[in-house]
Design a binder for this molecule. Structure first.
Ligand SMILES: *Cc1c(COP(=O)(O)O)cnc(C)c1O
Length: 362
């Protein structure tokens, strides 16, 4: 059975992207691969707003999220936590044997720059992790304000996850002073899962060079050494690199500013629909994500019944809440290739499915 995903990752992948993946295989040490790798570098650097190299990791985002800790944390890392993914990063730091500090906000609250300043001012930290867009709660933090604080502490290496916001809003790596900026393939970029894309500052590479236990697979220095020859350390997921090449063409053809504007418009359309129905946004509206809307289930809709109808009658799927928010919130993605038409179709289908769906007894 085929259906279309409006969950916040993985999301629908276009026919063009899927076709790009079916190109014949090439050797990953061949001139053809080097040409492919080097041909996409300038467009990647433009999208990351950076002069630093952009590396390709055959892993989901967590690989690089864990690897970055192993590369740059010598003393102690501050983990900014305000949702499922950022909470987990604190756990992962400890599993890597790192000394970690938890800077907790309520789920649905953005990361508070002043709280970051208070923590970093203790002088205990040499790294910080931040999730720009907490996908679990649809909350976007003010990355400019937070990075302005982080820049006051030159010993602190910043690791920023933009898995669900990359190419949705501009995130200017060099201007903001972000050391490690990472994203994944299956969310905002609308590719299948399996590739993580990240850019690393020279400062972060210098830190990595002093770290004894950074391992091999995610070693920044291995990535850099291979990058200089237009290659990756180990055999990469070549079909997804073809997909990335195709996606970069799409972004260029649309124009990146038009892409940002489209995401903002579609996000507004979905948000207005939900508020008009009587749902509330889960985070404060000012902190709502631009790539998805996470609504509080204030009308007590039976979300699993809703999704069942939506899927069986309309071939569409939304998300019924992440982790401890399951049943209490629902999330609708407007990432990737969605258009005014596809979002309008979804909302018509949702209207119809909602009419058939019982309310839960309170
Ligand atoms: C999905 C997601 C991740 C994890 O990505 P994987 O591809 O499962 O490794 C990390 N951070 C954010 C913000 C996400 O949305």
């Amino acid at each position: 059975m085929s259906y279309k995903l409006f969950i916040p990752g993985p999301i629908a992948v276009s026919e063009k992207t899927l076709r790009a993946m079916t190109q014949p295989m090439i050797g990953h040490r061949s001139p053809d691969f080097v040409k492919l790798y080097q041909s996409i570098q300038p467009d990647l650097q433009a999208l990351f707003y950076t002069k630093d190299p952009v590396y390709l990791s055959t892993s989901s985002a967590w690989g690089v999220m864990e690897g970055a800790l192993r590369n740059v944390v010598a003393k102690k890392v501050l983990n900014c936590m305000n949702g499922a993914f950022s909470d987990k990063w604190f756990d992962v730091a400890q599993r890597c044997g790192k000394v970690a500090g938890a800077l907790k906000s309520e789920w649905g609250q953005p990361v508070d720059p002043e709280a970051v300043r208070r923590e970093l001012a203790t002088g205990n930290y040499d790294a910080i992790t931040l999730i720009h867009n907490e996908t679990s709660t649809g909350t976007m933090s003010d990355i400019s304000a937070i990075m302005a604080v982080v820049r006051e502490f030159p010993d602190v290496i910043s690791i920023v996850d933009t898995v669900s916001s990359f190419s949705v809003v501009p995130i200017k790596k060099d201007e903001l002073g972000i050391d490690v900026l990472l994203t994944g393939s299956q969310k905002a970029l609308a590719m299948p899962p399996g590739l993580s894309i990240f850019s690393v500052s020279e400062r972060a590479r210098t830190r990595a060079a002093q770290q004894a236990d950074r391992g091999y697979y995610f070693d920044f220095l291995e990535f850099q050494k291979n990058h200089e020859n237009g290659m990756t350390p180990s055999t990469p997921v070549i079909p997804l690199i073809y997909a990335l090449q195709s996606k970069l063409e799409d972004i260029k053809a649309e124009g990146v500013e038009a892409r940002y504007a489209r995401h903002a418009r579609l996000n507004d359309t979905v948000r207005s629909w939900g508020l008009a129905k009587g749902f509330k946004l889960f985070p404060a509206e000012a902190n709502g994500s631009k790539s998805l809307n996470c609504f509080a289930n204030t009308l007590n809709v039976d979300l699993s019944a809703l999704n069942k109808t939506l899927k069986s009658k309309h071939g569409l799927v939304i998300d019924g809440g992440y982790g401890k928010l399951k049943g209490k919130t629902f999330r609708i993605s407007n990432m990737g290739d969605e258009t005014d038409e596809t979002i309008a179709e979804l909302l018509v289908a949702l209207d119809s499915a909602l009419e058939e769906t019982p309310k839960l007894a309170v």
